[in-house]
Design a protein around this ligand. Structure first.
Ligand code: HEM
Length: 117
Protein backbone atom coordinates (compact mmCIF):
# COMPACT_ATOMS: atom_id res chain seq x y z
CA UNK A 1 0.00 0.00 0.00
CA UNK A 2 2.93 2.33 0.68
CA UNK A 3 4.03 1.91 -2.94
CA UNK A 4 0.54 2.75 -4.19
CA UNK A 5 0.44 5.82 -1.94
CA UNK A 6 3.82 7.11 -3.14
CA UNK A 7 2.90 6.36 -6.79
CA UNK A 8 -0.38 8.30 -6.53
CA UNK A 9 1.11 11.48 -5.05
CA UNK A 10 4.12 11.36 -7.39
CA UNK A 11 1.82 11.11 -10.44
CA UNK A 12 -0.37 13.89 -8.97
CA UNK A 13 2.71 16.13 -8.60
CA UNK A 14 3.70 15.50 -12.23
CA UNK A 15 0.12 16.15 -13.47
CA UNK A 16 0.06 19.37 -11.43
CA UNK A 17 3.15 20.72 -13.25
CA UNK A 18 1.83 19.48 -16.60
CA UNK A 19 -1.44 21.37 -15.93
CA UNK A 20 0.44 24.58 -15.10
CA UNK A 21 2.61 24.38 -18.21
CA UNK A 22 -0.46 23.68 -20.41
CA UNK A 23 -2.12 26.77 -18.95
CA UNK A 24 1.00 28.86 -19.61
CA UNK A 25 1.07 27.56 -23.19
CA UNK A 26 -2.56 28.71 -23.60
CA UNK A 27 -3.86 25.17 -24.08
CA UNK A 28 -7.03 25.54 -22.00
CA UNK A 29 -8.68 22.33 -23.21
CA UNK A 30 -5.62 20.25 -22.31
CA UNK A 31 -5.42 22.05 -18.96
CA UNK A 32 -9.04 21.15 -18.12
CA UNK A 33 -8.52 17.48 -19.04
CA UNK A 34 -5.31 17.19 -16.97
CA UNK A 35 -7.03 18.97 -14.07
CA UNK A 36 -9.85 16.40 -14.15
CA UNK A 37 -7.39 13.48 -14.12
CA UNK A 38 -5.52 15.21 -11.29
CA UNK A 39 -8.73 15.35 -9.25
CA UNK A 40 -9.09 11.59 -9.65
CA UNK A 41 -5.56 11.24 -8.27
CA UNK A 42 -6.49 13.37 -5.23
CA UNK A 43 -9.07 10.70 -4.44
CA UNK A 44 -6.51 7.92 -4.90
CA UNK A 45 -4.01 9.69 -2.60
CA UNK A 46 -6.69 10.00 0.08
CA UNK A 47 -7.92 6.39 -0.34
CA UNK A 48 -4.38 4.90 -0.14
CA UNK A 49 -3.50 7.28 2.75
CA UNK A 50 -6.62 6.32 4.71
CA UNK A 51 -5.90 2.61 4.07
CA UNK A 52 -2.36 3.10 5.44
CA UNK A 53 -3.78 4.96 8.42
CA UNK A 54 -6.24 2.21 9.31
CA UNK A 55 -3.69 -0.55 8.72
CA UNK A 56 -2.06 0.58 11.95
CA UNK A 57 -2.79 -1.06 15.27
CA UNK A 58 -2.79 2.36 16.97
CA UNK A 59 -2.89 5.66 15.12
CA UNK A 60 -0.52 8.17 16.75
CA UNK A 61 -1.09 11.93 16.90
CA UNK A 62 1.77 12.43 14.43
CA UNK A 63 0.05 10.12 11.95
CA UNK A 64 -3.14 12.20 12.24
CA UNK A 65 -1.09 15.38 11.70
CA UNK A 66 0.59 13.77 8.66
CA UNK A 67 -2.83 12.79 7.23
CA UNK A 68 -4.35 16.28 7.78
CA UNK A 69 -1.27 17.94 6.28
CA UNK A 70 -1.62 15.60 3.28
CA UNK A 71 -5.19 16.85 2.76
CA UNK A 72 -3.97 20.46 3.16
CA UNK A 73 -1.38 19.84 0.40
CA UNK A 74 -4.16 18.57 -1.89
CA UNK A 75 -6.15 21.75 -1.07
CA UNK A 76 -3.12 23.85 -1.99
CA UNK A 77 -2.78 22.03 -5.36
CA UNK A 78 -6.38 23.11 -6.06
CA UNK A 79 -5.87 26.66 -4.79
CA UNK A 80 -2.83 27.22 -7.01
CA UNK A 81 -4.62 25.86 -10.09
CA UNK A 82 -7.77 27.85 -9.26
CA UNK A 83 -5.85 31.13 -8.85
CA UNK A 84 -3.80 30.39 -11.99
CA UNK A 85 -6.97 30.04 -14.10
CA UNK A 86 -8.39 33.26 -12.63
CA UNK A 87 -5.11 35.07 -13.31
CA UNK A 88 -4.64 35.87 -9.62
CA UNK A 89 -1.20 35.99 -8.01
CA UNK A 90 -0.08 32.67 -6.55
CA UNK A 91 3.27 33.67 -4.94
CA UNK A 92 2.23 33.34 -1.29
CA UNK A 93 0.32 30.09 -1.87
CA UNK A 94 3.39 28.62 -3.60
CA UNK A 95 5.53 29.35 -0.53
CA UNK A 96 2.98 27.62 1.77
CA UNK A 97 2.66 24.77 -0.74
CA UNK A 98 6.43 24.08 -0.83
CA UNK A 99 6.71 24.18 2.99
CA UNK A 100 3.64 21.94 3.47
CA UNK A 101 4.80 19.51 0.77
CA UNK A 102 8.30 19.13 2.24
CA UNK A 103 6.76 18.72 5.72
CA UNK A 104 4.32 16.00 4.59
CA UNK A 105 7.04 14.02 2.76
CA UNK A 106 9.39 14.39 5.75
CA UNK A 107 6.66 13.25 8.18
CA UNK A 108 5.64 10.37 5.90
CA UNK A 109 9.20 9.09 5.67
CA UNK A 110 10.07 9.61 9.32
CA UNK A 111 6.97 8.01 10.81
CA UNK A 112 7.55 4.42 11.90
CA UNK A 113 5.18 2.36 9.72
CA UNK A 114 7.89 1.88 7.09
CA UNK A 115 7.16 0.17 3.79
CA UNK A 116 3.85 -1.62 4.17
CA UNK A 117 3.08 -3.59 1.03
C1 HEM B 1 0.08 15.17 -1.56
C2 HEM B 1 -0.21 14.60 -0.44
C3 HEM B 1 0.65 13.54 0.25
C4 HEM B 1 2.00 13.30 0.17
C5 HEM B 1 3.05 14.05 -0.65
C6 HEM B 1 2.28 12.14 1.02
C7 HEM B 1 3.54 11.58 1.21
C8 HEM B 1 3.80 10.45 1.96
C9 HEM B 1 5.10 9.82 2.10
C10 HEM B 1 6.40 10.27 1.45
C11 HEM B 1 4.94 8.73 2.92
C12 HEM B 1 6.02 7.77 3.37
C13 HEM B 1 5.92 6.42 2.70
C14 HEM B 1 6.95 5.49 3.30
O1 HEM B 1 6.68 4.92 4.34
O2 HEM B 1 8.01 5.36 2.72
C15 HEM B 1 3.56 8.70 3.32
C16 HEM B 1 3.01 7.78 4.19
C17 HEM B 1 1.76 7.88 4.72
N1 HEM B 1 0.75 8.74 4.33
FE1 HEM B 1 0.91 10.20 2.97
N2 HEM B 1 1.10 11.73 1.62
C18 HEM B 1 0.09 12.57 1.17
C19 HEM B 1 -1.25 12.50 1.52
C20 HEM B 1 -1.76 11.68 2.52
C21 HEM B 1 -3.13 11.68 2.97
C22 HEM B 1 -4.24 12.58 2.39
C23 HEM B 1 -3.23 10.74 3.97
C24 HEM B 1 -4.40 10.31 4.81
C25 HEM B 1 -5.62 10.68 4.65
C26 HEM B 1 -1.91 10.15 4.15
C27 HEM B 1 -1.57 9.16 5.06
C28 HEM B 1 -0.36 8.52 5.13
C29 HEM B 1 -0.05 7.47 6.09
C30 HEM B 1 -0.97 6.92 7.18
C31 HEM B 1 1.28 7.06 5.84
C32 HEM B 1 2.11 6.00 6.60
C33 HEM B 1 3.06 6.72 7.54
C34 HEM B 1 4.09 5.75 8.11
O3 HEM B 1 4.98 5.30 7.36
O4 HEM B 1 4.03 5.48 9.30
N3 HEM B 1 -1.04 10.75 3.24
N4 HEM B 1 2.87 9.75 2.71
Amino acid sequence: MTHAHITTWLIALILFFVAISLHKAGKQRGFKIVQMILRLFYLLIIVTGVMLLFSMAAISTMHWIKAILGIVVIGLFEMILGSTTKGKSTGAVWVIFVIAFVAVVYLGLSLPLGFYI
